[in-house]
Design a protein around this ligand. Structure first.
Ligand code: NAD
Length: 355
């Protein structure tokens, strides 16, 4: 049986994860989902329980799991800890221990929430794109790097570097995502200026031969930024390097206007993944039953689709979320001042809408 490790974490993490687990229970009892779950301490809660944000027992459980679902980590009470003990370190440690190089950031906008976008509703209603960002290489990690004096002038420098195997594995990851979605992949680079992008384009094209069903296109990053705000629905899956993906995925997220709705994933080459909402632990609203649990619930849907081989169950969750929004149910963050329901009520509404 597939294993899902659950890390509630801090702040609103435990509340939104609790609602997500009610969805898992409903899928098990009503729709025959075979999935084993176990909960472990992580982040600030890991520090409280075991003196470090990523306790050994938690890491061992995550390494054995097919997928890991995290709520959120962090909180003001942990901000004064020495750097290595802070909750965010646990997250970086987990991503690097499991070699998660492929970051999936969907931007989807249920038609009912189109008014929340900074773009005109008719441009974004029904938006559903996925940005696959290379997460462990590129200019953020490349050397040489530094600040030095050159001919008497202080000079800063970094190196954008990708090897063929690094490009191959992110390309395979992105093509696999495209196969699980609309079978269209746009690779974003700057091959007209950068040699590293020239190699990127060549290798992505070569890997594409293994995926004849996927329609591959290439776009320069400046044009991609423009197209994302001009006509974002033209895209299905986009794949790009660490730096370009950092910028484009935040831009795409803002097209949706509601951070409480956005899931994300980081995958390794075995397809094992860490699934988490894009938002943080929201200490300002923790424990008040007002947090939106939908990003966490949609993170579960992503885990089912990309790591657990349960695409039909993922569809079921995404349909149920659409259904509760169509019923007019909203948590405060997406209510636009109108009547709002609580975290637990939203979780129950999703469970009731599963069919
Ligand atoms: P945040 O995302 O936690 O909160 C930003 C704003 O959005 C807040 O007003 C919050 O109330 C609101 N918000 C966030 N999620 C919401 C939800 N599900 N429903 C309703 N409203 C929601 O970002 P922040 O305030 O910058 O950071 C708070 C803590 O979270 C910090 O300790 C930070 O380090 C941590 N953080 C963790 C992660 C993570 O776990 N991956 C990511 C970002 C920030």
């Amino acid at each position: 049986m597939k294993k899902l490790v659950v890390l509630p974490g801090d702040g609103i993490g435990p509340e939104i994860v609790q609602q997500t687990l009610t969805v898992v229970d409903a899928l098990r009892t009503r729709f025959d989902l075979a999935l084993e779950t176990s909960e472990h301490a992580f982040g600030g809660a890991g520090y409280d329980a075991a003196g470090k944000p990523l306790p050994d027992e938690t890491l061992a459980a995550c390494a054995q799991a097919d997928a890991v679902l995290m709520g959120a980590v962090g909180g003001p009470q942990y901000d004064t800890l020495e750097r290595d003990l802070r909750p965010e370190r646990g997250l970086l440690g987990l991503r690097s221990a499991l070699d998660m190089f492929s970051n999936l950031r969907p931007a989807m906008l249920y038609p009912e929430l189109a008014a929340a976008s900074s773009l005109k509703p008719e441009l974004v209603a029904g938006l559903d794109i996925m940005i696959v960002r290379e997460l462990t290489g590129g200019i953020y990690f490349g050397g040489p790097r530094g600040i030095e004096v050159r001919d008497g002038v202080r000079t800063g420098f970094n190196t954008m570097v990708y090897s063929e195997p690094e490009i191959e594995r992110i390309a395979h990851s992105a093509f696999a995502v495209a196969m699980a979605r609309g079978k269209r992949l746009c690779s974003v680079d700057k091959a007209n200026v950068l040699e590293v992008s020239e190699l990127w384009r060549e290798v992505v094209t070569r890997v594409g031969a293994d995926y004849p069903e996927v329609e591959l296109s290439h776009m320069y990053v400046d044009n991609a930024a423009m197209q994302l705000v001009r006509d974002p629905r033209q895209f299905d899956v986009m794949v790009t390097s660490n730096l370009f993906g950092d910028v484009l995925s935040d831009c795409a997220a803002m097209l949706t206007g509601s951070i409480g709705m956005l899931p994300s994933a980081s995958l390794n080459s075995d397809g094992h993944g860490l699934y988490e909402p894009v938002h943080g632990s929201a200490p300002d609203i923790a424990g008040q039953n007002v947090a939106n649990p939908l990003a966490a619930i949609l993170s579960l849907a992503m885990a089912l689709r990309y790591s657990l081989g349960e695409a039909a169950q993922a569809d079921r969750i995404e349909r149920a979320v659409g259904e509760v929004l169509a019923q007019g149910l909203r948590t405060a963050d997406i209510a636009n001042g109108a009547d709002a329901i609580g975290t637990a009520e939203m979780g129950s509404a999703v469970v009731a809408a599963l069919n």
